[in-house]
Ligand binder design. Structure first.
Ligand SMILES: Nc1nc2c(ncn2[C@@H]2O[C@H](COP(=O)(O)OP(=O)(O)O)[C@@H](O)[C@H]2O)c(=O)[nH]1
Ligand SMILES: [Mg+2]
Length: 370
């Protein structure tokens, strides 16, 4: 599963800085979006302690973590959606599995704020509204197209179009009352979800808010800020975290020893990046399962609630097609037993069929016909 997170925010909020921190890339910062319409793209390994433990146990030749893509796009200035968000930008956003909003909390005299003052709550609200207007515009446009076509279609096609019209009108009402679509998606029926899939509505996507603080705001000041922002903007499929973007970026550019010294000086115990990467994974409703062996220990990404066949197809469609059964052992049982042979003796290695719902951290061996 290719997981794509797109970084959004006002110009000069530190998006590229945070992108560099998260991905260890060295993209140019401080360009304030000038000519930076070129998006930056990087892939990051998802840190996973359980995969590390399994690697200890099996000592394979290769360890293969799951990965996630980050895309750093041009800034979203206030009012951008009035003119219609640029096609290219909207295209990037629509394809995201989740949006990561970098909001500025750091003070820096040399970096002017597009709204003059530093005010994270205001900026979160601004971006939320831009996303909302963008969805609204998409709905209006589609409704205008549907209207004249309804008279021309018949039968099943007509039913579908009417259904789409009805659900879009409902969604428009939600947006007009200024609530994001993600708050309402659970109320919709499966068929409506199918109808809506192609739209890529921005307010329906999970949202990770990264509050970008300066080094003087680490600790209690920052914690209080993020707590109050959570209270104000929290909800289903929304998470908020602190990040000291500039420092994290600088730490990432040092070698390990220098990084330790630098962090000690600043009183930072551990980098927050691993946690942010892991939690964005969680926010997406994704989880890992593992395959183990002498050649390779590997983390695979599936949605929570996926069954054994879906997990098999993540590895290869042939494995899903020729599925015979899955041999499954829970992560803790695997560690307790130490070897697969011991799990067999202990009876913790189970045989499961196609409809088995995979559990977070399961170690699985698929048996299949070729
Ligand atoms: N002091 C301070 N400056 C920052 C921080 N994050 C970003 N900046 C500066 O703000 C400017 C804009 O950052 P950039 O990442 O290019 O912003 P973008 O336009 O959102 O991609 C750069 O000069 C950064 O060095 C931070 O946490 N603290
Ligand atoms: Mg940038």
């Amino acid at each position: 599963m290719e997981t794509k997170l797109v970084i959004i925010g006002l110009p000069a909020s530190g998006k590229t800085t945070v992108f560099n921190a998260l991905t260890r890339a060295e993209a140019t910062t401080g360009t304030f979006g000038a000519k930076a319409d070129e998006p930056n793209l990087a892939t990051v390994k998802v840190p996973d302690q359980r995969l590390d433990e399994l690697t200890e146990l099996f000592k394979p030749q290769r360890k293969v973590p799951a990965d996630v893509q980050y895309l750093d796009v041009a800034g979203i200035a206030k009012g951008i959606s009035e003119k219609g968000m640029g096609g290219q930008l909207l295209g990037h956003l629509a394809q995201a599995d989740a949006l990561v909003h970098v909001v500025r909390a750091f003070e820096n005299e040399n970096v002017p704020h597009s709204e003059e003052t530093v005010n994270p709550a205001r900026d979160i609200e601004t971006l939320n509204m831009e996303l909302l207007f963008s969805d609204l515009a998409l709905i209006e446009k589609r409704l205008q197209r549907i209207e004249p076509q309804l008279g021309k279609v018949r039968g099943n096609e007509k039913d579908l179009m009417e259904r789409e019209q009805k659900v879009l009108v409902t969604l428009r009402e939600y947006l007009e009352s200024e609530t994001p679509l993600r708050n309402h998606y659970d109320d919709l029926e499966e068929e409506d979800h199918r109808l809506l899939r192609g739209f890529g509505f921005l307010t329906a996507k999970p949202l990770l808010i990264l509050v970008n603080v300066g080094e003087n705001q680490l600790g209690e000041t920052g914690e209080m800020l993020v707590t109050s922002l959570r209270e104000q903007f929290g909800g289903s499929n929304i998470a908020a975290h602190l990040i000291a973007g500039k420092i994290e970026m600088e730490i990432g550019q040092l070698d390990a020893d220098d990084a330790t010294v630098f962090m000690d000086d600043l009183g930072i115990i551990e980098s927050g990046l691993d946690r942010i990467i892991a939690e964005s994974f969680d926010l997406l409703g994704l989880m890992p399962f593992f395959t183990v062996g002498e050649d390779e220990c590997r983390a695979w990404t599936i949605r929570r609630g996926a069954d054994a066949v879906e997990a098999a197809s993540e590895i290869h469609t042939d494995i899903a097609r020729g599925f015979i059964r899955a041999e499954v052992v829970g992560y803790n049982d695997m560690i307790a037993a130490g070897t697969l042979a011991e799990t067999r003796k202990a009876g913790t290695l189970r045989r499961e069929g196609k409809t088995y719902i995979v559990q977070n951290g399961d170690v699985i061996n698929f048996l299949f016909n070729v």
